[in-house]
Write a protein of this length. Structure first.
Ligand code: NAD
Ligand code: ZN
Length: 241
């Protein structure tokens, strides 16, 4: 199985990766869906939507605090490092739905963040931005950071009911259109518009590879499905390249 994928990677000039929450599971960060998913505990509409944040920011901050705590402790795993190595074999960009900064921590050069990043906070009124780490102790103590203007800060991530950053989405679509091979890793491929990236790549002639321990809605459309964990499968590929 690896052999066919390795051959395709060798043949490709341009490679792109699309990553989702499953990419970070081996770094100890819970995904949203599935058995250990955060959504079993936190209803997205009640905690992570724009309307929920406006109605009851303290409640949304319960989820944000948990996510910020998890991400502040997390380190990239062998899969993140493998994607950095893959740059030497033609990987141009990592398009990610993750907000945990792990691709950047590992050293990936071009990361397109479709859903923002928890490492910055943005004021809900004046749009002032600050580093989350400068407020980390305060947040982990159970407090909610406020801006100089008096309004409440929120993580600079895309909430349900908000649109994605248009520039990043356009760049990601452009990458999908020009890539020869796209590897979709650890995404359930149901959250739009991110889920349309691999289909767009396929439509424009790209080879599709998927890495996931479970089949997804994308699996029937891919050329090669590597069933397993992101870290294991990506490092397995790198060993053979
Ligand atoms: P998802 O939660 O819908 O799906 C996770 C997928 O990962 C599933 O298909 C699951 O089978 C797979 N998976 C589980 N363990 C894996 C492993 N070890 N290796 C590879 N795959 C594994 O996630 P999604 O598709 O990314 O979409 C949900 C949304 O979740 C996104 O909007 C994203 O912003 C947000 N999110 C991000 C983080 C993060 O930044 N780490 C964490 C939770 C949720
Ligand atoms: Zn402000």
């Amino acid at each position: 199985m690896y052999e066919n994928v390795v051959k395709k990677i060798r043949e490709a000039d341009k490679i792109a990766a699309l990553t989702g929450a499953g990419m970070s599971v081996e770094s100890g960060i819970a995904p949203f869906r599935g058995e250990d998913g955060l959504w079993n505990e936190f209803d997205p509409q009640e905690y992570a939507s724009l309307s929920a944040f406006r109605k009851d920011p303290d409640k949304s901050w319960e989820l944000f605090r948990l996510q910020i705590e998890e991400c502040s402790r997390a380190e990239p795993h062998e899969g993140h490092h493998s994607l950095v190595e893959l740059e030497e074999h033609g990987l141009n960009s990592v398009i990610t739905q993750n907000v945990d900064d792990l691709h950047q921590k590992a050293g990936s050069k071009k990361v397109l963040e479709l859903h923002g990043n928890l490492s910055e906070l943005i004021c809900s009124s004046c749009r002032e931005r600050v580093k989350t780490k400068d407020h980390l102790k305060y947040i982990l103590d159970g407090d909610i950071p406020h801006c100089k203007c008096g309004s409440i800060f929120r993580p600079d991530v895309v909430l349900f009911g908000e649109s994605l950053p248009l520039g990043v989405l356009r760049k990601s679509q452009h990458e999908a259109e020009r890539t020869d091979l796209l590897i979709s890793i650890g995404t359930s491929a149901v959250v739009q518009p991110a889920a349309s990236i691999p289909t767009l790549a396929k439509k424009t002639g790209s080879v599709l590879i998927e890495i996931n321990p479970k089949r997804t809605v994308l699996t029937p459309k891919v050329d090669h499905f590597l069933k397993g964990k992101a870290g294991e499968k990506l490092s397995g590929l790198m060993e053979r390249l």
